[in-house]
Design a protein around this ligand. Structure first.
Ligand SMILES: NC(=O)c1ccc[n+]([C@@H]2O[C@H](COP(=O)([O-])OP(=O)(O)OC[C@H]3O[C@@H](n4cnc5c(N)ncnc54)[C@H](OP(=O)(O)O)[C@@H]3O)[C@@H](O)[C@H]2O)c1
Length: 234
């Protein structure tokens, strides 16, 4: 059975991704900090005949990442796909940002992607194949007011994945990056389904795009994919 690790599976895009990847026949290893949310997702996937396991951890802490990857390999034997989806933002003018806010956002969005990728690469190299997918954002490629920190963190994540693509292609490891526009999730501080977000993409729209990338034939790599709601003129 193919396996996929999905970060920030507890809600939003990650939750939808875990359900869809399980439906595609992947055993999914779901990562987030909230154990209860992960267990509820695991139960939902199992009830629908899928295979899921929960790994509650903070992706910005290297020891926790290494420990989780080792447990995932012990349980599933191999890792086919890593989806670096976790991320959040603090949106303020630069002079209003604290040093702690800077570190927290950088640690999850950029360092988290680095730590997870670094931890899985040796297993993928040994297997002679693998796929690392990053959920970036359209503001990984353009900047917005109040976005100095978020954009910097997502540019860093994007640059990391771009350089990684060059390093591991020869090892038959694909690296793909998805750049969504506005998505109806808690990311914006409102629950999914809130009236203010009706014109946004649904989490499942982004998840469908990621599944399309993950299930491309072995000789095909979709390096980059940008996706927006028709209502968003970016
Ligand atoms: N929503 C948008 O408009 C939009 C647009 C473009 C790109 N994106 C990107 O899409 C990705 C997913 O965001 P979303 O919209 O689905 O947001 P969301 O609904 O707020 O979900 C964020 C997820 O990140 C997890 N998370 C946060 N810090 C973590 C940490 N330190 N360790 C592990 N998990 C952590 C949260 O789980 P716990 O709290 O349980 O840890 C939660 O599952 C992000 O990378 C975001 O930058 C979002």
């Amino acid at each position: 059975m193919k396996t996929a690790i999905i970060t920030s599976a507890s809600r939003g895009i990650g939750r939808s991704l875990a359900i869809k990847m399980a439906k595609e026949g992947y055993a999914v290893a779901n990562i987030a900090r909230n154990r209860e949310d992960l267990v509820s997702l695991e139960n939902e996937i199992s009830a629908n005949g899928g295979t899921a396991r929960s790994f509650p951890l903070d992706i910005s802490v290297e020891d926790q990442v290494i420990d989780a990857i080792s447990k995932i390999v012990d349980e599933f034997g191999h890792i086919d796909v890593l989806i670096n989806n976790a991320g959040f933002g603090v949106f303020k003018h630069a002079d209003q940002l604290s040093a702690d806010e800077w570190s927290q956002v950088m640690d999850v969005n950029a360092k988290g992607t680095f730590l997870l990728s670094k931890a899985v690469i040796p297993f993928m190299k040994k297997a002679g194949e693998g796929h690392i997918i990053g959920v970036a954002t359209d503001v990984s490629k353009r900047v917005i007011e109040n976005g100095s920190l978020y954009c910097a963190s997502k540019y860093a994540q994007d640059a990391f994945l771009g350089a990684l693509r060059k390093e591991v292609r020869k090892d038959n490891i694909k690296v793909s990056t998805v750049y969504p526009g506005l998505v109806d999730t808690f990311f914006h501080g409102k629950s999914t389904g809130d009236d203010s977000q009706t014109e946004f993409l649904n989490p499942s729209d982004v998840a469908d795009a990621v599944v399309y990338i993950a299930t491309a034939p072995p000789h095909v790599v979709i390096d980059e994919l940008m996706i927006h709601p028709i209502s968003q003129d970016y």
